[in-house]
Design a protein around this ligand. Structure first.
Ligand code: SAH
Length: 520
């Protein structure tokens, strides 16, 4: 609670234009402490990740999703009620709250009701759209002034608040919010009042998001361009000579994976590294957590092994989750890393070694090939006959490693420490995106992500599966995962040489760069 002694407070916070990275530090700080968040259609839903799990989330959007839309009066009342009840409320608005955001109207109501408030500015969509479309809204050689106007009021009506005669030639750059519907009127007004019909114009839809779409024309042509290219709101119109600089400066839409819609099928717990890597290259990531990780019900085997851990020669980790859940149990039993000074530790790959490092331990052995087979080979080379080996891992997993080691005379204890459960829901959304041809690529980072993805797709037959995945590329992190894909009659298009997430991202980028080169 930030507000003093049970007095609620409303923070009117600018969410920025769409890219969730464009909120201010102050805005993020307030979201992290919010008890109620009232958010808009234009505020990125990804920002809600910052909000505490027990906070009340209220969608007050004016558009979209068939969801209930509140009137402005209802929103005002909601803010007053929640704050009067002593709660810390964040009112999150797209862009900047005071730029065509009705922020002031909400504040006026709060003042009238005697509610405390604060306002946090945001990156307004005009500057973001221009920047992300490669247009500097001012430039010493092109323009010394810029005007922000609303295109929402019908420019034809007599009582227009906009002095079109002064604006048309009075401002170097003109940025128009909410201008798509009235674009024919707006362009005509500007031309009739003396602006050169050849003035370049750009229109940017969903600026700074992975689905940003921008088009160019002139005052004379842009209306047709927008209609032909199907540009709908929300979009901004930028008028002025500075639009020419786009040829040089355009950067956002030029990133290697821009415009690619990529399904990421990792567990929710692990998706972030792959998503971050792909988004960094411009991809639109559709996160479907096909697996959910849970503890096992019975830790009996691990507990017994931990009681005599010093009698083991090797402790093996074949997954990040294996490490995480092993230590959870170790700590739950009041032990810590010092208890592990008996056995040597081997891990399947670099990422697992890094995870182990987070617990203050260094792996004694990392195989050259990051697979169960690779690890088995490396251990056999050390000689394992008679050795006691502890393997904390998933409840259901491949048996190659324990079988190979047992075959070589080792005494292996397989201790289940976590399990994969397929999550429910979002199946329809996935099937729809596949059927619409919206998805470019599906990524798989383990065999279980393949199995669970296909369970989620739930094709009635092989033919339906082929039809849904026609034109969809498939990336697999390594050979085992690839084999699982191929066993289901599908083809792997992308596979990195080394089985790590950064290598997978690089392979995807390289694939599309070649594809683009072929296309040109
Ligand atoms: N307060 C907001 C503007 C709200 S008015 C701000 O400061 O940005 C709504 C209009 O803003 C939309 O009709 C559209 O013209 C513009 N807009 C908001 N977000 C946008 C985005 N991501 N891309 C393009 N236009 C956007």
């Amino acid at each position: 609670m930030m507000a003093a002694r049970n007095r609620g407070k409303v923070y009117l916070v600018g969410a920025g234009p769409g890219d969730p990275g464009l909120i201010t530090l102050r805005g993020k700080y307030l979201l992290e402490r919010a008890e109620v968040v009232v958010y808009d259609y234009l505020a990125s839903p990804k920002l809600l990740r910052h909000v505490p799990g027990d906070a009340e989330l209220i969608y007050a959007g004016k558009k979209g999703g068939g969801l209930h839309a509140f009137t402005q009066e209802e929103i005002n009342q909601l803010l007053i009620d929640r704050a009067a009840g002593g709660r810390t409320v964040v009112r999150l608005k797209g862009g900047d709250p005071f730029i065509f955001g009705r922020g002031a109207e909400e504040i006026e109501e709060l003042v009238a009701a005697g509610i405390d408030f604060e306002v946090v500015p945001g990156v307004t969509s005009a500057t973001a759209a221009a920047t992300y479309a490669g247009i500097p809204i001012t430039h010493r050689e092109y323009t010394a002034s810029v005007a922000f106007i609303t295109g929402h009021e019908a420019p034809g009506k007599k009582e227009s608040n906009i002095a079109w005669d002064k604006l048309a030639t009075g401002a170097g750059t003109i940025v128009i919010y909410m201008g798509i519907k009235n674009l024919p009127d707006i362009t005509r007004r500007l031309i009739d009042n003396g602006r050169d019909p050849q003035t370049p114009v750009a229109v940017v839809r969903w600026a700074s998001t992975p689905i940003q779409h921008s088009v160019e024309g002139t005052l004379a042509t842009i209306t047709d361009v927008v209609r032909e290219r199907g540009i709908r709101p929300p979009a901004l119109v930028i008028v002025g000579e500075v639009v020419r600089l786009r040829n040089t400066i355009d950067w956002f839409e030029k990133r290697p994976l821009f415009g690619r819609h990529i399904v990421v099928t990792r567990t929710r717990e692990q998706a972030s590294e792959l998503v971050a890597g792909l988004e960094e290259q411009g991809a639109d990531c559709l996160e479907y957590s096909t697996i959910h990780i849970e503890p096992v019900e019975d830790y009996g085997i691990l507990d017994a092994a931990l009681d005599e851990i010093t009698t083991y020669q090797w402790l093996l980790f074949t997954s990040l989750n294996g490490v995480t859940y092993f230590f959870r149990r170790l700590f739950a039993r009041g032990m810590d890393a010092r208890s592990l000074n008996g056995p040597k530790i081997a891990v399947v790959g670099r990422a697992t070694a890094e995870k182990l490092g987070e617990y203050g331990l260094r792996a004694d052995l990392v195989p050259e090939k990051f697979t169960g087979e690779g690890l088995a080979e490396a251990l056999l080379a050390q000689g394992v006959e008679g050795a006691r080996i502890l393997l904390p891992r998933a409840l259901r997993a491949r048996e190659v490693l324990p079988e190979t080691l047992t075959g070589a005379g080792a005494r292996v204890t397989v201790a289940p420490v976590y399990q994969n459960v397929p999550p429910q829901g979002r199946k329809d959304e996935l099937r729809e995106q596949l059927a619409d041809g919206f998805i470019d690529l599906v990524t798989f980072t383990s065999s279980s992500t393949v199995t669970n993805f296909l369970t989620m797709v739930d094709a009635a037959s092989d033919e339906e599966l082929q039809r849904l995945l026609a034109g969809v590329r498939i990336a697999a992190i390594g050979p085992i995962t690839a084999r699982t894909v191929e066993e289901r009659g599908l083809t792997v298009d992308i596979q990195p040489e080394r089985y790590t997430i950064p290598d997978l991202v690089d392979a995807i980028v390289a694939y599309y760069q070649h594809a683009d080169a072929r296309r040109n």
